[in-house]
Design a protein around this ligand. Structure first.
Ligand code: PMV
Length: 361
């Protein structure tokens, strides 16, 4: 597949007015994407669990265009006009117009809402961009009804990637790989693919409780963060490490090796933060409560032998990961010992999910 395969030939139909709606989840990377080339091509492959509870629902209404602007649209978040998102959407439309030529022909009303609070410190870009990309693919399918389901999903992931890299891993579940890797036959830098190998029951229905340590604006946007990998002294070694970890994960997931999973996932999270601590300029994105939670998890794991571990995004919040069969004891531990470190006691109990869904409109 190349980018050219996503440029449509002539559309077979036209639309007068229609609505499309999709709900698309967030995802949490086990092996992190950090560093990119031009056009959101990742510097290394990554893999994530698709989430279930944290998601965005977007409705896209297609109407007659009455202005001569390049792109004509309105955007609402929780039923309130949201002009802060305009420039991001406009940039996205310019980036994808070659692949969706209809974008200039209609007016769009975008209505979006998240299951998690906007100011929770949880990035809504993965769920938000993938939900919008899927609605746009709804239009494309309407214009070109012969499109296969495979192409629909690949192109939805491809477009999501152009909106926000990691968003391309939100279309499907429960594990998605993005980025070319020689051990993963169908893997691509252009879009995410479902994890193609056997997964042990230990990793089915895995839990992710998100501890909201800091609900403020991100200290470093991910675009700035990716940029910092360009002249980073350890970049090449890091990219190599991610590739090696992708290979190791195949055996871990197949054989249900929980201890090895924990070592790999926690190392990935700390490496991501180590990259930020050693870039120029440098950043510490963890807060003191992030470290307290990590130490509590380590103490609890040592004392109980239970398989709870953490991962981090590019921020202070902690994702607490654990297998389904140990969930009751670990939920007790979270409630009794970790929630105290969350801002206003806020946390979200999520788990692995199976990807985006179309809604009836
Ligand atoms: O998709 P972006 O550009 O917001 O980058 C996401 C980067 C991390 O969340 C830190 C890691 C990942 O792979 O999701």
């Amino acid at each position: 597949m190349t980018e050219k395969d996503f440029i449509p030939s002539n559309y077979l139909k036209d639309i007068v007015s229609k609505r499309f709606s999709w709900s698309s989840p967030s995802n949490i990377a086990l092996i992190k994407y950090w560093g990119k080339k031009k056009n959101q091509i990742p510097a290394n492959p990554s893999i994530s669990f698709t989430l279930d509870v944290c998601k965005t629902t977007t409705e896209l209404e297609v109407c007659n265009k009455t202005t001569d602007e390049d792109f004509s649209f309105e955007i609402f978040l929780d039923n309130k006009i949201q002009n802060d998102f305009r420039s991001k959407i406009e940039t996205f439309f310019y980036r994808v117009e070659t692949f969706l030529p209809f974008l200039r022909h209609y007016h769009f009303v975008i209505r979006t809402e998240n299951t998690f609070p906007h100011s929770s410190g949880i990035a809504s870009s993965a769920s938000g961009m993938s939900a919008l990309a899927l609605c746009l693919m709804g239009i494309e399918k309407e214009l070109n009804p012969n499109m296969s389901n495979i192409l629909f999903k690949q192109k939805a992931s491809f477009l999501s990637r152009l909106g926000s890299g990691s968003a391309c891993r939100s279309i499907e579940g429960d594990l998605v790989v993005w980025g070319k890797h020689e051990d993963y036959p169908e893997s691509s830098n252009l879009f995410g693919v479902k994890y193609p190998f056997e997964v042990h029951d230990n990793f089915k229905n895995y839990h992710d409780t998100i501890l909201l340590v800091d609900k403020g604006e991100k200290q470093v946007s991910s675009s700035v963060g990716h940029e910092l990998m360009h002249d980073h002294p350890f970049a090449e070694t890091r990219f190599q490490q991610a590739n090696t970890n992708l290979s190791k994960l195949i055996i871990i997931l197949k054989q249900g090796l929980l201890d090895d999973f924990i070592t790999l996932v926690e190392s990935e999270a700390l490496t991501l933060h180590a990259m930020m601590m050693t870039s120029t300029p440098y950043f510490i994105l963890m807060k003191s409560n992030t470290l307290k939670i990590i130490n509590k998890i380590w103490d609890f794991r040592k004392a109980t032998g239970l398989h709870v571990c953490f991962t981090l995004d590019a921020g202070a919040n902690v994702h607490v990961l654990f297998p389904d069969h140990e969930a009751p004891q670990i939920y007790d531990f979270i409630r009794n010992e970790l929630v105290v470190y969350c801002q206003n006691g806020h946390y979200i109990c999520d788990r692995v999910g199976f990807g985006a869904k179309a809604n009836q409109v």
